[in-house]
Design a protein around this ligand. Structure first.
Ligand code: GLN
Length: 261
């Protein structure tokens, strides 16, 4: 049997993370106990995880969780793995929306629930709802809930009947069909990623329908692809004003906020 130190030197992908997961030890503990020899059971478990990781299964699906903002979220193959870029949407809401006012906020296509739950957890005054067309994703989101969030199943606006909101926020699918970038994402739900030839099919549906579901002076906040901002601003111009654009922390265009005219 090999020791922790042997494995750490192996160069196998994410080996320190996989050792931590197998042995339920922190990274620091691994390095201070590098002479520890794994038992047969631990070795079998680690071998299985290493093989899965080498086949391309993302680490978050092996550990079953991913951190986002200040919380840890359960994730399964029914939900997209939270991306750090999406934290930008939370920062925008926290900076621009009054924390004292009981805004009604809707997160459309919530997946594991990250946007809705993070906002509700930070500010219990906000009345937060979330939708997803995938019941399996909603089931995961419900287990992640740390605060009051109302969940509705359905495709975009079909989920919410005639409710209206002060802010509708979404990280919709926005990758182009056949984009080679998708080759690296085969283990994640494609319906959460891909949106037609130009990646804008779902964003068009959202922009076209949002005005009916916004309260007077309400806002739409969207995450989008690095090369889609100009097109989205164009789509918004007819019915929205006070359009603000944002870059993510890698310097890529990543979000748009717009107020209903
Ligand atoms: N930002 C994600 C990625 O780059 C895509 C998520 C999405 O389409 N909403 O993998």
């Amino acid at each position: 049997m090999n020791t922790i130190g042997d494995y750490l030197k192996s160069g196998s992908i994410d080996i320190a993370l996989l050792l931590s997961l197998t042995l339920k030890q922190s990274n620091t503990q691994l390095y201070t106990q590098s002479n520890y020899r794994l038992s047969t059971r631990e070795t079998d478990r680690l071998t299985k995880l290493t093989q899965q990781r080498e086949q391309g299964i993302p680490f978050a699906y092996l550990s079953g969780e991913k951190g986002f903002y200040h919380l840890n979220f359960k994730v399964t193959s029914d939900t997209l793995i939270p991306r750090p870029e999406t934290e930008l949407l939370i920062d925008i809401v926290l900076e621009l929306f009054d924390q004292k006012y009981p805004y009604k906020i809707l997160d459309m296509g919530t997946g594991s629930g990250i946007i809705a739950i993070t906002l509700a957890d930070i500010n219990p005054r906000w009345k937060v709802s979330a939708t997803d067309f995938s019941q399996a994703a909603l089931d995961v989101a419900k287990t992640n809930t740390t605060a009051q969030v109302s969940f509705f199943q359905g495709n975009w606006f079909e989920a919410i009947n005639d409710q209206t909101f002060d802010l509708i926020v979404s990280n919709p699918p926005y990758i182009k069909e056949n984009d080679s970038y998708l080759d690296g994402l085969i283990h994640e739900p494609q319906t959460a990623l891909v949106s037609g030839e130009d990646g804008l099919n779902d964003i068009r549906v959202i922009i076209d329908n949002t005005p009916e579901y916004l309260n007077k002076g309400g806002y739409l906040l969207l995450e989008h692809g690095f090369d889609q901002q100009a097109k989205i601003v164009n789509l918004l111009n007819k019915k929205f004003h006070n359009i603000k654009t944002f870059k993510d922390y890698n310097g890529n265009d990543r979000a748009v906020l717009a107020q209903i005219k």
